[in-house]
Write a protein that binds this ligand. Sequence first.
Ligand code: TRP
Length: 324
Amino acid sequence: MKKILTWMKATWEGLHLWNYLWGLKNCLDFSKWQDTYIFLANLHSLTSIKDAETMRKNRKAMLLDYFSLIPEDRLENITIYEQSKIDRINDITWILSSVTPYSLMLRAHSFKDSKNKNSEINMAVFNYPMLMTSDIIAYDIDIVPLWKDQTQHLEFARDIAENFHKTYDCEIFKMPYIHCDEKVMTIPWLDGRKMSKSYDNDIKVFEKKDILKKKVMSIVTGSETLEEAKNPDNCNVFALIKLFASKEKQDEIALKYKAGNYWYWHAKLELLEILENFIEPFRKRRKFFEENFDIIEKKLDEWNIKMNKLASEKYEKMMKIVGL
Ligand code: TRP
């Protein structure tokens, strides 16, 4: 079994659809055959969240969403844990940073982008890829599903681990591989751009029904007349239908587009129904976990301990190698 690592952000109060598709759905597919790890990247979130209440709220919402969306039987191959509960993760980061060239870090997109946007950034933004590297190599992860513009993170992780190996003439880290799923790389949303919090065009998996409807209805479409035939492959609504509907349903709707006498408005209603049908069974599960959050906390405690142990073992090995 390979070890797959993915993460949830503590930056949002709840999972959005895009996040679900590239992160969790991917993971659920992997978890049929592979050892799958999902962690709450809450130390990373400290770079942007400066308010304890928000941090706690987001943690809870994210955990509720994840636990509600993962089928019970799949939990056998999935481990969910919290980055902040891993005692040695920052110590590992420190040792790695002692062998990592400053010039490498200056090339990090995450740092360059933030620097272009803000006049003052914090040191954690600069060190961001270092901690990410630790997240991966501390547990001998094989594969990290990432989207294209994050490829650099994985190259950094490999370079940083390699530098340690070279400096100390050892081999204690696994070299991780990236997995990119082209289908969900850029899911257009509302205005046709990639779904993203910064464009305010994202949509939560557990969005309230009326808000979901408002958002679906506001998706930007073409301006053909009712009679005109329409091209489904050019349409933001259909792009989402394709991701959530069965193959038969997709074909059926595609035919309607091509036949004409079909408004985009009709397609939006179909999409709304498809999304509602997808979410409905999970809403019940989420309500159950909301009322029984201690079940989640207990499971997390167990998993946090398991992952903590792995990271500590890796740390001990590193310490021996560096002579401390
Ligand atoms: N940097 C990721 C993000 O921006 C989160 C993250 C932290 C991560 N550590 C990681 C991703 C390790 C992959 C592997 O969302």
